[in-house]
Design a protein around this ligand. Structure first.
Ligand SMILES: NC(=O)N[C@@H](CC(=O)O)C(=O)O
Ligand SMILES: [Zn+2]
Ligand SMILES: [Zn+2]
Length: 423
């Protein structure tokens, strides 16, 4: 089976080049101008962008346990619609895969149902909320991509310290949702003018930064690769910057919503703007953009968190935390950051392909390499379209970006040389 992509604007070795791309038996075979291949199926890309499949290290699929919100099938289909071919799935499913048996079942479920490559996080502690560590070495052997208690900060410093030592010893990764539960104090929105205006309990920035500061010291001591999930504050970015300068093995991700929205965009009691961590101030938002520009922030991750309509239409006080994002990430980032000259297209693609793959040592993802499996995406950068919930393939329609006009629509997504999504 041969597939020839003619006239690609290909993101290859960190540059955009005009060329053809030949795929044979599911693998990249040749990159050159004017490739001629008899008996190949030909696709004319018409100089649209062809990129390695996008990589998102932070998604929530809800299977098992909450399949009314999302399944692995709908989640991975939504990912393909967003241009992603590799994702890291968080372990806050029911049951939490916190022992060998449950973890093995989760991996099998992912394999049976994924249209793309779904890598599985293991939790750090039993049930994600206790202080008792999981069998880190065993879950790693069973294929844990990294470790995270996402959704919950790890409150007990000794548990965190010991987890870091063990994760460092096996050369894996610890991804932290940094949040001190006591400082969080049942808030539902950022603490500040918006929480006052709407009369809602606020979440202080120090809920994030105080735990982050603690973790950075522990990470220094243990040498673990410590990754900060969905960073949201100006001081948080500054802490990571200082830690990197000090040689601490820290990386961090930011979500499209924290880059593009602030609490000033919350005009009424609409829980499609409710997520954890919350949308912060405009000053925080600008610091995140600056952190992306200067390399303090290493990657974009969506924190795709689908929920059912009746779980999100209860206003800020009662609705659950989280918004979807995997189908809108690239178009939003391209339209609002690249077309406005805040970052280059090459930089955006690095943030969404090679950086996450390299940092998390994902073997075959994030780059186009001859002889390796052909995971790639064709994206139309020229035509504007409107984000509509009816176009989402995710079960979750909980997005604050519905109705916005964007560029960067995904035309086709390929995994192992096979088209798994076509517009
Ligand atoms: N981000 C959220 O607000 N919610 C996430 C959990 C998380 O990422 O912390 C979820 O699983 O719904
Ligand atoms: Zn989280
Ligand atoms: Zn999350």
């Amino acid at each position: 089976m041969k597939l020839l992509i003619k006239n690609a604007k290909l993101f290859y070795l960190n540059k955009l080049i005009n060329c053809d791309l030949l795929i044979e038996d599911g693998k990249f075979k040749q990159i050159a101008e004017n490739i001629v291949a008899t008996d190949a199926k030909i696709i004319d890309a018409k100089f649209q962008l062809v990129t390695p499949g996008l990589v998102d290290v932070h998604v929530h699929f809800r299977e098992p346990g909450q399949v009314h919100k999302e399944t692995i099938k709908t989640g991975t289909l939504a990912a393909a619609h967003g241009g992603f071919t590799t994702v890291g799935a968080m372990p806050n499913v029911i049951p939490v895969p916190d022992n060998a048996e449950k973890f093995g079942q989760q991996i099998a479920l992912n394999e049976q149902n994924s249209l793309i490559h779904t890598l599985q996080y293991a939790p750090v502690t039993v049930d994600e909320t206790s202080d008792k560590l999981v069998d880190i070495e065993e879950l790693s052997k069973l294929g844990a991509f990294a470790f995270s208690n996402d959704g919950h900060g790890i409150m007990n410093a000794r548990s965190m310290f010991m987890a870091m030592e063990r994760i460092a010893a096996i050369d894996s990764h610890l991804a932290a949702h940094v949040e001190d539960k006591n400082l969080f104090n049942h808030g539902v929105i950022n603490f500040g003018t918006a929480s006052q205006r709407l009369g809602l309990p606020g979440i202080q920035r120090v809920a994030e930064t105080s735990q982050l500061a603690r973790d950075l010291v522990l990470a220094k001591e243990t040498g673990v690769h410590y990754h900060v999930c969905h960073i949201s504050t100006k001081d948080g970015v500054q802490l990571v910057r200082m830690a990197k300068d000090a040689g601490i093995n820290v990386t961090c991700e930011v979500s499209p919503h924290h880059l593009l929205l602030s609490d000033q965009d919350i005009l009424n009691d609409d829980a499609n703007f409710k997520m954890n961590p919350p949308l912060r101030s405009e000053e925080d938002r600008q610091a995140l953009v600056a952190g992306l520009q200067d390399g303090t922030i290493d990657m974009i991750a969506t924190d795709h968190a689908p929920h059912a309509e009746d779980e999100k239409n209860q206003g800020f006080a009662k609705s659950v935390f989280g918004i979807t994002g995997i189908e809108t990430s690239f178009p939003l980032m391209y339209s609002r950051l690249v077309k406005t000259n805040i970052i280059s297209l090459e930089k955006l693609l690095k943030l969404m392909t090679n950086n996450p793959a390299e940092i998390f040592k994902i073997k075959v993802a994030g780059t186009i390499k001859l002889g390796q499996r052909a995971d790639f995406t064709i994206i139309n950068l020229d035509d504007e379209y409107a984000i509509k919930s009816k176009d989402f393939l995710s079960k979750g329609k909980n997005s604050p970006f519905i109705g916005q006009k964007v560029y960067g629509e995904v035309e086709q997504t390929y995994v192992n040389g096979t088209c798994i999504y076509s517009k």
